[in-house]
Design a protein around this ligand. Structure first.
Ligand code: F6R
Length: 248
C-alpha cells in the first residue's frame, strides 16, 4: 500500500489526475472505473484540462461505472450516468461504445449484473479501479456487511448513505433506496486500485480502512490485501492515521 498525503483538496486532485494520466499514457487502451460523488470532481476537472490543453488522449480507454441508483432513468438529473457524462465523459470526447453503464431500469437485475461482469472480463479485466469512500467505509455501494467475494449486484443503501447523498436530490425522500454496484471481489480483482478521500468527515473511515482490522463491517478494509493499492488523501482525511504509515 502506498499512501500519498496532499496538503489540500486541490493538491489531492492534481496528484490523482497525474496518477491516472500516467497510466493512460503508458496503456492507451486502459480499462478503468469512474466513481461519482464530490471527491473525484477536482480530479475530473484536472483530467479535462489535460485533455484540452495537453492533448491527453482517452480515445482508446474503456470506462466502467462503479455503481448506479436502481430505478432512475440514465437521463434523470440525479443519475450517476448524468453526473459522469456531464462532468467527465462528454468533455473528454468519450463515444458511447467506450462507456459501460449499469442498466438501472432493468427488471432482471441478476441478468444485467452478470452481463456487466462478462463485459469486464471481455475487455480483459479492470486495469484500474478509482474509488471514493463513504463515511461508513463503503466503496462503490458495498455497504457494511457486504461479502468480500461479492460481485456486481443489486444492493440496499444504508440510511447513512441515503442521508449523505440527499444533497444531490431535491429532498431525502427522492434518494433511491437501492443501487446496482460492482462487488468487492470485482474491485479487488483489478490490477491497480486508487482510493481518494478528502475532508475531516472521512478521517475515521480512512483510518479504519488502512489501519483497522480487515472486516466486512468496514468494506474498504479488504483493500489492505490488494498488492497494488495507492491512496491519495488530503491532510484532513489523513488526520487520524498513526504516524507509522509510509508516506510519499
Ligand atoms: C460513487 C461511489 C461512492 C462514493 C462515496 C463517497 O460512485 O462509489 O462509494 O465514492 O459515497 O462519495 P463523496 O465523494 O460524494 O463523498
Amino acid at each position: 500500500m502506498e499512501i500519498i498525503i496532499a496538503t489540500d483538496y486541490e493538491e489531492m486532485s492534481r496528484k490523482a489526475a497525474a496518477f491516472v494520466a500516467d497510466l493512460v499514457k503508458k496503456k492507451p487502451n486502459l480499462v478503468m472505473t469512474v466513481p461519482t460523488g464530490s471527491t473525484p470532481l477536482g480530479m475530473y476537472r484536472e483530467l479535462v484540462q489535460m485533455h484540452r490543453e495537453d492533448g491527453l488522449d482517452f480515445s482508446g480507454v474503456t470506462f466502467f461505472m462503479l455503481d448506479e441508483y436502481y430505478g432512475l432513468s440514465p437521463q434523470s438529473e440525479g443519475s450517476y450516468y448524468s453526473f459522469l457524462r456531464n462532468n467527465f465523459l462528454l468533455p473528454i470526447g468519450i463515444q458511447n461504445g467506450q462507456f459501460q453503464a449499469h442498466e438501472a431500469l432493468s427488471p432482471n437485475t441478476a441478468a444485467t449484473c452478470l452481463r456487466y461482469e462478462k463485459e469486464i472480463a471481455k475487455s480483459g479485466g479492470l486495469d484500474l479501479v478509482v474509488l471514493g469512500i463513504g463515511h461508513n467505509g463503503h466503496i462503490a455501494f458495498n455497504e457494511p456487511g457486504s461479502p468480500f467475494d461479492s460481485r456486481t449486484r443489486l444492493v440496499e443503501l444504508s440510511m447513512e448513505t441515503i442521508s449523505a447523498n440527499a444533497r444531490f436530490f431535491k429532498s431525502p425522500a427522492d434518494v433511491p433506496r437501492q443501487a446496482l454496484s460492482m462487488g468487492l471481489a470485482t474491485i479487488t480483482g483489478a490490477r491497480k486500485v486508487l482510493l481518494l478521500a478528502n475532508s475531516q468527515a472521512k478521517a475515521r473511515a480512512v483510518a479504519m480502512t488502512l489501519q483497522g482490522p480487515i472486516t466486512t463491517q468496514v468494506p474498504a478494509s479488504c483493500l489492505q490485501r490488494h498488492p497494488d493499492f495507492t491512496v491519495v488523501l488530503d491532510s484532513s482525511a489523513a488526520s487520524l492515521l498513526e504516524s507509522k504509515v509510509r508516506v510519499k
